[in-house]
Design a protein around this ligand. Structure first.
Ligand SMILES: *Cc1c(COP(=O)(O)O)cnc(C)c1O
Length: 457
């Protein structure tokens, strides 16, 4: 239990963080109207809001920053970036963008029409919204095992192949300009997809003439799970596995804020010249010239170096091991979590942890407030505030689970930080009555979790 792997790096530069007093935290969360998104980052002690763009860069990446060539066209860092991405993915054209969603917007606005459908295991929220923004429909076709928090199935991110084929036949392949898969499955708990499933999904799309794209944000973590869990893969390098995985696809979108170990950036990978032309025209309109795509030369260098570091297997063993140990530690103090832990976060089943708070009073949200109040910790609710809705009669429609996600930034926190989180959870567990339900006092029409305001019951 809680047997954390030793870090394969040492600390050369530090950033101060501070636990402000209980009174100050009380004031801060009250002024934020009990919405943790509105608390100033400086008033947070440990921040598990997201693993996106929050990685610690290495000395090697920072050294790369100084070699930034800021020429408008054809900067040397672009060529290093392009060569690196090609060596990992094998795609013919690599288009830099300032972050993942810019790539999604460029791709979807170039190929989707109103009424089109885009299947995947589970679309991430920006992908989902970017598809809808074109008048098309995102469709999630995940295996049954992936829909439950219990059970140790090793690849809970897999696509249900029978349901996918039935879906393609039902709507017709001409309505599906692109099919996708997300690795690891972020919205589904960071659960991996097997190499075999990716191969079969690719075969199926191609049987119907549908181009297949990978949402590759956490491809390195996914390929490490393949190496550890899939039969016959244990002796291959993660890079070899990644190369095979990408060989089944016609392209990818990627946020370098995840497995690029960078604070900003992303890319689109492609093999189709017609799509490449369309996207490049728009790229210049929205993001920038073809060789920088909304990024500075120094960012491209940091990404090129970060991508290779994220494939280092000592790094990956530590990364995945740290998340696993964090999950075990929380479970050992009586916190119910989604099993098995995925690649980038631990998901707490807040509904099971706080059974006395009715779902309409947002137990997950209440837990995020309690974690901040008790320990200056920031986590994010993935439950009724984020995904709940009302039917025509005004009755609540609840999502399947009331979760709180603790996403772990890469190379940032150490074992003692995680032990601190477990201690805070223990204190909350001893005094569950102190966790309060909430009522919404203000909410916008869309994406209400970011800006809603609350009062405690
Ligand atoms: C983060 C993420 C995106 C969007 O990338 P940004 O860089 O945040 O715009 C898309 N898909 C998945 C699976 C992600 O995790």
């Amino acid at each position: 239990m809680g047997d954390f792997p030793a870090e394969p790096y040492r600390i050369k530069s530090v950033e101060a963080i501070k636990l402000i007093t209980r009174e100050e935290r009380e004031k801060s969360i009250r002024e934020a109207k009990y919405n943790i998104f509105k608390v100033k980052a400086e008033d947070i002690y440990l921040d598990f809001l997201t693993d996106s763009g929050t990685s610690a860069m290495s000395d090697n990446q920072w050294a790369g920053i100084m070699t930034g060539d800021e020429s408008y066209a054809g900067c040397r860092n672009y060529f290093h970036f392009e060569e690196t991405v090609k060596s990992i993915t094998g795609f013919k054209q690599i288009i830099p963008v300032h972050q993942g969603r810019a790539g999604e917007h460029l791709l979807f606005s170039s190929i989707l029409k109103p009424g089109d459908k885009v299947p995947s295991n589970t679309h991430f929220d920006t992908t989902h919204a970017n598809i809808q923004f074109q008048g098309a429909e995102p469709v999630d076709i995940l295996i049954e095992e992936g829909l439950h928090s219990e059970g140790q199935y090793p690849f809970k991110g897999n696509v249900d192949l029978n349901k996918l084929e039935a879906f393609i036949k039902k709507v017709g392949p001409e309505k599906i300009p692109i099919g996708m898969i997300t690795v690891t499955n972020n919205s589904g708990g960071g659960q991996p997809v097997s190499l075999e499933n990716i191969k079969q999904v690719s075969k199926l799309y191609h049987k119907y003439g549908i181009p297949f794209f990978i949402d590759a944000c956490r491809y390195a973590e996914n390929c490490y799970f393949i190496k550890m869990r899939e039969e016959g893969q244990g002796d291959r390098s993660v890079k070899e596995i990644a190369r095979e995985m990408f060989s089944y696809a016609d392209g990818c979108t990627m946020s370098a804020k995840k497995d690029g170990l960078a604070n900003i950036g992303g890319f689109i990978g492609l093999n189709d010249e017609a799509w490449h032309k369309k996207i490049t025209t728009k790229l210049i309109l929205i993001e920038g010239f073809r060789t920088y795509g909304g990024l500075a030369g120094r960012d491209l260098e940091a990404i090129a170096r970060g991508l290779l570091e994220a494939l280092d297997e000592d790094y990956l063993a530590h990364r995945i091991g740290q998340i696993k140990s964090f999950g075990e530690l929380l479970a050992s103090v009586g916190v119910p979590i989604v099993q098995p832990t995925g690649g980038h976060a631990v998901f707490v089943d807040a509904g099971a942890f706080l059974p006395d708070i009715p779902r309409k009073d947002f137990p997950g949200w209440g837990l995020t407030v309690a974690l901040y109040r008790e320990g200056g910790i920031r986590a994010v609710e993935i439950g009724t505030v984020m995904f709940g809705a009302k039917d025509e009669k005004g009755n609540d429609i609840f999502p399947p689970m009331e979760l709180v996600r603790l996403a772990v930034p890469r190379r940032v926190y150490t074992e003692s930080h995680f032990k601190y989180v477990a201690k805070v959870f223990s204190r909350i567990a001893e005094n569950k009555k102190s966790v309060r339900g909430l009522k919404i006092t203000y909410q916008p029409e869309l994406l209400r979790h970011f800006t809603s305001e609350f009062k405690e019951i």
